[in-house]
Design a protein around this ligand. Structure first.
Ligand code: EZ4
Ligand code: CO
Length: 404
């Protein structure tokens, strides 16, 4: 079997997705997701200009060798664009391999370790009372784990707290530029324990509660927040600090027993190995689109298992339903599954990406069709051309750039 053709398609059925389709000389094809929110065209160029031409004629079943070829062969290793391109190819190759075997992908990853995949869903609002209402409404739908976020009084709504800010792409300076948000740590830190006091009172102790800091604190600030949240026993505190400095987590760990999660922006095992081997985190949030596909995150989760760190794949709308499919197959197979983030998708997105995986009352199933079970409607996708859009950026009240 040989790789005959590789197509790269960027479409926007509500938001942008970079999709790869690998077609073999025997007619079997596989698809993969290489979406990097705000940089979709860069991944498409990387794939079209540098990856696709080199892979034509190769044996698509040599999944590991092709992964190594693209990783080691680039010379400049890692980075979000390179790794998203490798991820897309890797997902498509695993799709082909599982189709050839006539098995759902999870069977090639060791078979089922569990019957169902627990997800967490998002509750957010501009005021605490609004968030409490949403948490209760989500719980009513059978969901057992809920992330709660609230806007900061006195500041405009920030990313993650209101629907309107989540796909920011505003016109400014004559072009599409990222929306600018305002951040103030001293206004945020006392607010979050108040949020979780109210949420816990309303929802009780049977529901897992999560919170995402979006990289906005320093280690000692995160340590303080962790301590203040201990009475409410969160499932985790996510992305408490920007994690380029993995050692930063040592400071947080010294001060709080609050479980910690990080890794949605990581693109390789080397971004996370200190965090895992020093047991500085409890959940690794790497996802198949950004950390090397099925091959890449399986390596990370296998390392994590040795150190009692669990999986928690990033699952926002800006990784495509293909990546969600690959994540779910891994989630059912690996022994150290923790939880799966699930933002779901719009009907328009589900029309373009036909999914064998399914969601019901707080749990996901991978489906039983051969491959990863997600197909791509190319002609429908062509009706939704790329639309420039960006995530917001954040500034302090004095105008200085800050992390989010
Ligand atoms: O900020 O997907 O845990 N989930 C998240 C997401 C991410 C976006 C970034 O593209 O933090 O909302
Ligand atoms: Co997050």
């Amino acid at each position: 079997m040989k790789i005959k053709e590789i197509k790269v398609i960027v479409c926007s059925p509500g938001r942008n997705f970079t999709t790869v389709k690998i077609i073999t000389d025997e007619g079997v094809y596989g698809i993969g997701d290489g979406t990097v929110n705000g940089r979709e065209l860069s991944v498409a160029s990387y794939l079209e200009d540098h990856v696709a031409p080199a892979l034509i004629g190769m044996d698509p079943l040599r999944t590991e060798d092709i992964w190594q070829y693209l990783y080691k062969g680039a010379y400049w290793r890692r980075g979000p664009i390179t790794m998203a391109a490798i991820s897309a190819i890797d997902m498509a190759l695993w799709d082909i391999k599982a189709k050839v075997a006539g098995l759902p992908l999870y069977q090639l990853l060791g078979g089922r370790s569990r019957d169902k995949v627990m997800v967490y869903r998002h509750a957010s609002g501009l005021e605490i009372s609004e968030v409490v209402e949403r948490v209760l409404a989500i719980k009513e739908t059978g969901v057992e784990a809920i992330r709660a976020q609230v806007a900061i009084p006195g500041l405009p709504p920030i990313y993650g707290t209101g629907d309107s800010t989540d796909t920011a792409a505003l016109k400014g300076r004559g072009a599409i530029v990222p929306h600018e948000e305002v951040w103030a740590t001293h206004k945020y830190l006392p607010l979050v324990p108040k949020l979780f006091e109210k949420v816990r009172d309303a929802v009780g102790w049977d529901v897992h509660l999560l919170h995402d800091v979006h990289h906005r604190l320093t280690p000692i600030e995160a340590a303080r927040l962790g301590k203040d949240l201990e009475p409410y026993r969160l499932f985790w505190l996510e992305d408490a600090i920007p994690a380029e400095l993995q050692e930063g987590f040592r400071i947080i760990r010294q001060h709080t027993t609050q479980p910690l999660a990080v890794g949605e922006v990581f693109n390789s095992i080397y971004d996370t190995h200190t965090l895992i081997t020093e047991q500085l985190i409890d959940y690794a949030r790497v996802t198949s689109t950004h950390a090397g596909g099925v091959t890449g995150i399986k390596k990370i989760f296998d390392l994590a298992a040795i150190y009692h760190v669990k999986s928690a794949c990033h699952g926002p709308q800006d990784v495509s339903p293909i990546a969600m499919g690959c994540n779910i197959h891994l989630d059912v197979a690996i022994p150290n599954f923790g939880i799966q983030e699930f933002a779901s998708y719009t009907e328009q997105m589900f029309d373009v990406f036909k999914c064998a995986w399914s969601y019901d009352r707080g749990y996901l199933q991978p489906g039983e069709v051969p491959g990863h079970g997600v197909d791509f409607d190319e002609s429908l996708a062509a009706k939704y051309p790329y639309k420039q859009a960006y995530l917001p950026i954040a500034r302090l009240e004095d105008g200085a750039m800050t992390s989010w």
